[in-house]
Ligand binder design. Structure first.
Ligand code: PBG
Length: 328
């Protein structure tokens, strides 16, 4: 025998010992399940996101019922809005009779304990397909947009949303939404800010799912440059000072270093969004038999938690819940 004092492999000898020393675990209480919906009858498959659908009311409820059965009790809703309702001013975003507020009310009637998050951004409602209001030069205007986002957030809170999630990356929106909520009666409605949201090509399948791609220009004048990390910390400091309850890094897998930086920088809970493109990659490779789906999905989510995320927005939420419930 070699004279080796430290043998780390002793802690890996069998599954029970490995379980005892495991530093990171997955559980469904850490998942937020993103769901797409539309105002028509029928459940439409999203080609680039196999297993995901544009739900109608009935299939949305069925999907949530199934997710709750495996312990997933937090969802975030994304609407596909008819072209005819999209305008330059995105007014449908705060229509109290719109798809999102009506759906929130129905969900909360059925399941008062379901935690409903909403996306605050104008892209599903804007004829330009941008997260904010666009001026004559194609520039997304900041302060005018923040006003619109406050109306959208209030409409969602009035419908019963638990947590408002601004994903637009305008300056000052967290503080403005916080004070709009507080001036009304919504002091208990939380804000999960998309703090470091990058101008990522990994959102491609999501834009197909909602038909919400920008009709001109890019989102680079408001979403962050993938090359930057210090700038994410600056955004984090601002969101904390403006009253965010939770902060987010998006995408997740390619940005684990940003999640780790946030973990070292704040005591606030951190969310990470495993976005549509990350989902599509894992699904496509698995469908080809090139990767073992269950193993890579669990590994990818474990890595996001290990980097420092408390919670994960993932399209795999229900599926992982089913795996975790059957592997016990
Ligand atoms: C829109 C929004 C996007 C996503 C969440 N909210 C797309 C974008 O910014 O263009 C992407 C989610 C995903 O890709 O899964 N404000």
């Amino acid at each position: 025998m070699l004279d080796i004092l430290e043998r780390p492999r002793r802690n890996r000898i069998n599954p029970t010992i490995r379980g005892l020393v495991r530093e990171t675990t997955l559980s469904t209480e850490r998942f937020i399940y993103p769901l797409f919906l539309h105002a028509h009858d029928g459940k439409i498959p999203i080609t680039s996101m196999p297993g995901c659908f544009r739900h109608d009311c009935k299939s949305l409820f069925e999907e949530i019922e199934a997710a709750r059965q495996v312990g997933v009790n937090a969802i975030v809703l994304f609407p596909a809005i008819d072209d005819g309702l999209k305008t330059a001013g995105a007014e449908e975003a705060w229509n109290p009779n719109g798809l999102i507020p009506q759906t929130i009310k129905a969900l909360k009637d059925k399941w008062p304990d379901l935690v409903v998050l909403t996306d605050v951004a104008l892209d599903p409602y804007s004829s330009a397909g941008h997260d904010g209001l666009v001026d004559e030069n194609g520039y997304v205007m900041n302060d005018e947009t923040v006003e619109a986002l406050c109306k959208q957030a209030l409409c969602q809170a009035a419908a019963g949303a638990d947590i408002i999630s601004p994903s637009d990356m305008m300056d000052g929106r967290v503080g403005a939404i916080r004070s709009a909520l507080d001036q009304d009666t919504y002091t208990n409605v939380g804000i999960l800010s998309y703090t470091a949201k990058y101008a990522s090509a990994f959102y491609g399948p999501f834009r197909e799912a909602l038909d919400s791609a920008p009709r001109g220009g890019t989102k680079e004048s408001y979403q962050m440059d993938p090359a930057n990390s210090r700038e994410a910390v600056r955004e984090l400091e601002l969101d904390i000072s403006e009253g965010a309850d939770m902060v987010m890094v998006k995408p997740a897998g390619p940005y684990l270093d940003i999640i780790r930086r946030f973990r070292e920088q704040t005591e606030l809970p951190i969310a990470a969004y495993q976005v549509s493109g990350e989902y599509a990659m894992l699904k496509a490779a698995s469908a080809n038999g090139w990767l073992d789906e269950k193993k890579v999905v669990l590994e990818s989510l474990t890595a996001i938690r290990r980097a420092g995320a408390d919670m994960i927005l993932t399209y795999f939420a229900r599926q992982v819940g089913e795996w975790l419930n059957t592997s016990a």
